[in-house]
Write a protein that binds this ligand. Structure first.
Ligand SMILES: [Zn+2]
Length: 154
């Protein structure tokens, strides 16, 4: 059967940046299993795989807007050290969970540590990047009613 909304799909993928460097791959590990059309994977990839069936392969280029979003300078902030009270050592590359004013949980990464504050970046690691996927479709099946209701694969 062909992939359509509410198909349960297993794929293997290799993700490369524009320089051809492998960023991530499922090859050699478990296939990625997702519910099509349910927001389980980035929208640009979800859409591009519609109509494929088991055994098909496809190269998919996803622009940032259909991937992890554009890089947003406003998500880079310098915070007072007091906000990191209780943490003995703060180093570049550490990541923390932060609460936004709206109450959402967001991951931020420490990019700079100075005496007068700590600069954090809340952008996704892949924000602003063009994503180049090599996809192979391993299997496609219809979702069960409870999978559709829950919006994920069981
Ligand atoms: Zn469930």
């Amino acid at each position: 059967m062909k992939i359509e909304p509410n198909s349960v799909v297993a794929i293997h993928y290799t993700l490369k940046d524009d320089a051809g460097e492998v960023i991530d791959t499922s090859v050699g590990a478990d296939a990625l299993v997702y519910l099509a059309g349910a927001g389980n994977i980035i929208p640009g990839l979800d859409r591009a795989l519609h109509g494929l069936e088991a055994g098909d392969t496809k190269q998919v280029v996803v622009e940032p807007a259909d991937g992890y979003g554009e890089y947003n300078d406003e998500l880079v902030q310098k915070l007072p050290r007091e906000m990191f009270g209780g943490i003995d050592t703060i180093e570049e590359g550490m990541s923390f969970q932060a609460k936004t004013p709206e109450g959402d949980v967001q991951f931020v990464e420490v990019v700079k540590v100075e005496d007068d504050g700590v600069t954090v970046d809340g952008n996704h690691l892949l924000a602003g990047k063009v994503l180049n996927f090599d996809i192979s479709v391993e299997s496609v099946r219809e979702a069960t009613e409870s999978e559709i209701e829950h919006g994920h694969v069981h």
